[in-house]
Design a protein around this ligand. Structure first.
Ligand SMILES: NC(=O)NCCC(=O)O
Ligand SMILES: [Zn+2]
Ligand SMILES: [Zn+2]
Length: 484
């Protein structure tokens, strides 16, 4: 059965035009005037855009002694409700666990997904087994991005030598390394000192992770990637120090992408000063929220192109789970939600204020990451042949965000009470309507794994450049005899 989206304005990363979109067999089959289909969706007054891609989620993630509460069912239901049609989650081996073994666990969890998804593979330890399995992960499983935690000492953190070895392996395999950039040694020491001084509330979480520790780690990761000859993607960039490092690297021709989160763009550090312990603890995430100077830097980076993608790092814990850290802030599970709210919040505070154009909005929520992860134009595009992952966006539709009406399984929402203007009228996942005017009508298990090929254009270009500029031995004649 075909579906036609009529009377809308198509908005992509580089184009705005009035046309109908005809969908059949899960794909876009025609774009043009006066199209007809078996079913009609009226997009009068709406923008027809590529569905959002959230490149950073943690659904049912084992972390800090518990599991994040949104799984692939509730998480992708939340995603579609907010106009996001693909998520990229992190497969996370526990210490000494093989990569393929961990992947099997993520395969099992993801069968309930309502929308398409892919995985990044995390490198949480290093060995010959990990080195070997990286090849299988890339070539047989189509997972071409590897995450490295420079923080969470004693748990997920990897050291510089391990990171360098893994980045080199990514370079050989045509894959992309990702980093959580915070200096984990310094954070651990600051945490210890704060606790010793009796500073045990959620606000101390922010004190233990100042912008400097993020800036230092970002610079270090950029240097290591440059030495390994591989592009780099920096997740949850929260501050000017990290953004400055990325901006400078890009100006020097290095291939580095930065990803701010919707939370860091719209919520600030004053949340941690809230007199209610629960309120502050619910907002504990790493890196923590910053002040307006940092927020302005992130917004400007999106507008200027020095930052590339807006994500959520959706890692949702209930109030009860957050209370594991009463009396010791280092035990508060780190993470916040945002999957349902990313697009409406970014539209409201970005496009609604004039900080972003609608085309830039599409670029940073969908198209850029599809290109970086090498799944464009199957994803992130409104083109004939692309998957019909689409959002029909009503710029006049309003709501006030509330945990009472959200899809997420947790009992609060960090954006509670915020009014957004700009919401999906329809969300389509591979041609199937999953959201119809605020009502969720998706299908559990409809989501499919998106396989990606290695050696995207940027990897290829960078390896050519590195080869061309590699140190070369100077061939000499008449070398003098050794002086020894
Ligand atoms: N960000 C956060 O606090 N939790 C999720 C894990 C991570 O990405 O660091
Ligand atoms: Zn992280
Ligand atoms: Zn994360």
């Amino acid at each position: 059965m075909s579906t036609v989206i009529k009377n809308g304005t198509i908005v992509t990363a580089d184009l705005t035009c009035k046309a109908d979109v005809l969908v059949d067999g899960g794909k876009i089959v025609e774009i043009g005037p006066d199209l007809k289909g078996d079913e009609t969706l009226d997009a009068t007054g709406c923008y027809v855009m590529p569905g959002g891609i959230d490149p950073h989620t943690h659904l049912e993630m084992p972390f800090m002694g518990t599991y994040s509460s949104d799984d692939f069912e509730s998480g992708t239901r939340a995603a579609l409700s907010g106009g996001t049609t693909m998520v990229v989650d992190f497969a996370l081996p526990s210490p000494e666990q093989g990569l393929l073994d961990a992947l099997q666990m993520w395969d099992n969890k993801s069968t309930r997904a309502h929308c398409d998804y892919s995985f990044h593979m995390a490198i949480t330890w290093w060995s010959e087994q990990v080195f070997n399995e990286m090849q299988t992960v890339v070539q047989e499983r189509g997972i071409t991005s590897f995450k490295h935690f420079m923080a969470y000492k004693g748990a997920l953190m990897v050291n510089d030598d391990e990171m360098y070895a893994s980045f080199k392996r990514c370079s050989e395999l045509g894959a992309i390394p990702l980093v959580h950039a915070e200096n984990g040694d310094v954070v651990a020491e600051l945490q210890r000192k704060l606790l010793e001084e009796g500073n045990n509330g959620p606000e101390a979480h922010a004190y233990s992770r100042p912008p400097e520790v993020e800036g230092e780690a970002t610079n270090r990761a950029i240097m290591i990637a440059d030495m390994a000859g591989v592009p780099l993607y920096v997740v949850h960039v929260s501050c000017e120090e990290a953004h400055e490092a990325i901006r400078r690297a890009r100006m020097l021709g290095k291939r580095v992408w930065g990803e701010p989160l919707i939370q860091h763009l719209t919520l600030d550090e004053s949340e941690y000063a809230h007199p209610d312990w629960d309120h502050a603890a619910r907002r504990v995430m790493s890196p923590p929220f910053r002040n307006q100077k940092h927020q302005d830097s992130l917004w400007n980076g999106l507008a200027s192109g020095s930052l590339s993608c807006v994500a959520t790092d959706h890692c949702a814990f209930t109030t009860e789970q957050k209370r594991y850290g009463v009396g010791d802030f280092t035990k508060i599970p780190n993470g916040t939600g945002g999957l349902e709210d990313r697009l409406p919040m970014l539209w409201t505070h970005g496009v609604g204020t004039g900080r972003l154009t609608p085309n830039e909005f599409v670029a940073v929520t969908s198209t850029n990451i599809a290109k970086i992860l090498n799944c464009y134009p199957r994803k992130g595009a409104v083109l004939v042949g692309a998957d019909a992952d689409l959002v029909v966006w009503d710029p006049e539709k309003e709501k006030t965000i509330s945990a009472a009406s959200q899809q997420s399984a947790i009992d609060y929402n960090v954006f509670e009470g915020k009014t957004v203007k700009g919401l999906p009228r329809f969300t389509l996942t591979r041609g199937r309507v999953a959201v119809n005017d605020g009502e969720f009508v998706g299908q559990e298990g409809h989501g499919e794994f998106v396989r990606r090929e290695p050696n995207g254009a940027v990897n290829k270009a960078l390896s050519s450049w590195k080869e061309l500029t590699a140190p070369r031995k100077v061939e000499r004649t008449g070398i003098p005899a050794s002086g020894v």
